[in-house]
Design a protein around this ligand. Structure first.
Ligand SMILES: [Zn+2]
Length: 427
């Protein structure tokens, strides 16, 4: 039996309220109490975590690994390697692959591919509607049997409210979380950046806040009507936070996530017309950043995610209007959150940050992960929240290079990633 002992680290397990300097024992791929170790403790492999934080393996429920269909941008294997290098032991892939993940056969293919090539846990979502077209529901029950952990049309947004209502009823029936990329097409049109002073100055079509807020409001009303949860993906507008706060206060089962770029960069970044600042939803203003961070600080927001979206250089290096939306995220995610939320803004503490990257997404996804409780799978991330480092995208595990953070200095980084008791990455 294989035994691993992580010594003298500060163990932070928000799920159990644990925060203490102690040793963590792992046997046969699971967390175990020292008194329950069966094999020879003397033969345990030791990892010294003195001065470091021992946390549950980080979970990101919003990534785009481009298999099947666009493996020149990312494969499940390279995406998983980037995730491991960012401290992530579990990720959830979005369904906008080619073909779209809208059938049990595509889901099974992705899960098999993940089992063969990924060194971390890779789960996948199924599309809400066939082909992400927003018209006809995908076979949600049979996709659940094939192993999806949630449904979403991410990259797209179901515009028809009756289709969305039926999807939510199915999701409730199959006990599957429903995620939504909130974008009202009639309002957003061909907008590519935040509608405001900078879109006017730069002469670029605007993507106004209300394009997001209208769908957040729709989701709140549907969630209330069906008494079923909806999770709003990658919120960018401060106004969305206010809507969410009011809804949660009256008990609506609504939740949401926020991404690193939306709290660390503003629309002004686009003044150089660099497509590495083109996201969907777009970067907004300093005022939005304050409101988003306010939502994180007061508990309106429970979950953080990357929206890791690799694109090849030749696709991004075109006129801004034609460049695809999105950036790499997994390798810089923890660093941005730690730097901005803890060091710079002092908005939350480390335990709360870890909670939002572990047990909260695990609970939403109904996974038995995100905790260091005895018996849990031994997914562990060792963190150094004070480590200063500079991100060099040339060293990324991903074949893509689309990041706005190249050369940026951060404070905070994962230093070792352990999946099922096995180190899959170390600094
Ligand atoms: Zn999206």
């Amino acid at each position: 039996m294989k035994i691993l002992k992580i010594t003298n680290g500060r163990i932070i397990d928000p799920a159990s309220g644990r925060d203490e300097i102690a040793d963590l024992w792992i046997e046969d791929g699971r967390i175990v109490e020292e008194s329950k170790v069966q094999g020879s403790k003397a033969e345990a492999e030791e990892i010294d975590a003195r001065g470091l934080v021992v946390a549950p393996g980080l979970i990101d429920l919003h990534v785009h690994f481009r298999e099947p269909g666009q493996s020149h941008k990312e494969t499940i294997g390279t995406g998983a390697a980037a995730a491991a290098a960012g401290g992530f032991t579990t990720v959830v892939c979005m369904p906008n692959t080619n073909p779209v993940a809208d059938s049990p056969s595509v889901i099974s293919w992705i899960n098999e591919r993940a089992a063969q090539t990924a060194k971390i846990n890779v789960f996948c979502t199924g599309a809400i509607t066939k082909g992400l077209k927003g018209e006809e529901l995908a076979p949600i029950g049979s996709m659940k049997n094939a192993g999806i952990v949630a449904i979403t049309d991410d990259g797209h947004c179901v515009q028809n409210n009756e289709v969305m209502r039926r999807a939510l009823e199915y999701a409730r029936m199959f006990d599957l979380p429903l995620f939504d990329h909130c974008q009202d097409y009639s309002v957003v049109g061909d907008g590519i950046m935040h509608e405001g002073e900078w879109s006017v100055r730069l002469g670029l079509p605007g993507w106004p806040r209300i394009g997001e807020e209208l769908i957040v409001m729709r989701n709140i009303l549907l969630s209330e009507l069906c008494d079923a949860p909806i999770h709003c993906q990658h919120l960018s507008s401060g106004g969305s936070i206010r809507l969410l706060r009011e809804a949660k206060a009256r008990g609506v089962k609504i939740s949401a996530e926020i991404c690193p770029h939306h709290i660390s960069l503003t629309d002004e970044s686009l003044k150089g017309y660099d497509s590495n600042f083109k996201m969907n939803p777009p970067l907004r203003t300093a005022e939005d950043i304050d409101l988003l961070i306010g939502g994180i600080a007061d508990g309106t927001i429970d979950i953080l995610a990357s929206d890791h979206a690799p694109h090849a250089a030749y696709e991004k290096e075109v006129e801004l209007d034609h460049a695809p939306f999105g950036i790499l995220g997994l390798e810089t995610e923890f660093a941005v959150f730690c730097d901005v939320l803890i060091h710079e803004r002092k908005a939350i503490g480390l335990s709360r940050l870890i909670e939002m990257l572990t047990i909260n997404p695990a609970r939403l996804l109904r996974l038995d992960r995100g905790t260091l409780a005895p018996g849990a799978p031994a997914d562990v991330t060792i963190l150094d929240p004070d480590l200063e480092w500079t991100y060099d995208v040339e060293k990324t595990c991903s074949p893509s290079r689309n990041t706005p953070y190249h050369g940026r200095r951060f404070r905070g980084r994962a230093v070792r990633t352990i999946v099922g008791g096995r180190t899959v990455w170390a600094l």
